[in-house]
Design a binder for this molecule. Structure first.
Ligand code: DGL
Length: 262
């Protein structure tokens, strides 16, 4: 039994789509969530910028004495995980590398990936999928502004629906029946995506496979906690009110997140 907290982070509310799954599987853990709302979106940042930002976040979790950090962010998993691994005392779980291992063997032929500009440019999903299943044809599409739409909570305005269609339809037109939501913000758009495609597409949220792997791995390493002591603590780097308002689809906070300047 290890009562130290599990750290989990994203640029904003996206990580709650992972956190909500993890908490279902491991309710007896102490959680510290960090949403880097001051720096979002991550998807248009350079590797150098993401390295600088991530170092501050990982140092923050080190000071909090966590036992593990969940990278509930595809963009930093693709861009900086290799630099971060091995530098800290705690376990580090990157979403793409972990989830792709579980998802890839279940599919054949075309698989679509919707993700941020940086994640698509990194080819991380493509590489990890093909490593685990060479029979896949991975078709990626970047989704500029989807994160902004999710963080605004306004998914159905005419302009925003057009922005969503612009990235979604090219994958549908190329025959992708299975499409990975390769950014943790996108599961907030699941209803919109199903409506726009008449429920004809299977949208894959990697959070389930990701969190199942984390649980299994923490158990193997005797790092799970059997006694819950605290409520999850939420930190953001800006806009606490907006975070609380727009995250409620996946997690209803009972008080405002704490604003920290890393
Ligand atoms: N939700 C994150 C991801 O999975 C970050 C998105 C962003 O801030 O651009 O990539």
């Amino acid at each position: 039994m290890d009562g130290r907290a599990i750290g989990i982070y994203d640029s904003g509310i996206g990580g709650t789509t992972v956190f909500s799954e993890l908490r279902k599987l491991l309710p007896n853990e102490n959680y510290i969530y960090f949403g880097d709302t001051k720096n979002l979106p991550y998807g248009t940042k350079t590797k150098e910028q993401l390295l600088q930002i991530s170092s501050l976040i990982f140092d923050f979790f080190q000071k909090k004495n966590v036992k593990a950090v969940v990278m509930a962010c595809n963009t930093t998993s693709s861009m900086v995980y290799d630099e971060m691994r091995g530098k800290y005392d705690y376990e580090i779980y990157p979403i793409i590398q972990t989830a792709a291992r579980c998802i890839a063997p279940r599919y054949n032929g075309k698989i679509g990936v919707l993700a941020t500009i940086a994640t698509v440019a990194s080819n991380k999903y493509k590489d990890e999928f093909l490593k685990n299943n060479p029979n896949l044809e991975v078709i990626q599409k970047a989704c500029p502004d989807w994160v902004k739409i999710v963080e605004s909570g306004d998914y159905y305005s005419e302009d925003n629906l057009q922005i969503i269609k612009n990235s979604l339809f090219p994958l549908v037109e190329q025959g992708c029946k299975n499409i990975v939501l390769g950014c943790t913000h996108y599961p907030y758009l699941t209803d919109v995506l199903n409506e726009l495609t008449d429920n004809s597409i299977h949208f894959i949220n990697p959070a389930k496979d990701f969190t199942e792997y984390i649980v299994q791995n923490l158990r193997q390493k005797n790092l799970v906690s059997s006694q819950k002591t605290l409520e999850p603590v939420f930190y953001v780097s800006a806009d606490a009110e907006n975070f609380m308002r727009v995250s409620k689809t996946f997690y209803q906070l009972d008080k405002l997140p704490i604003v920290v300047n890393l």
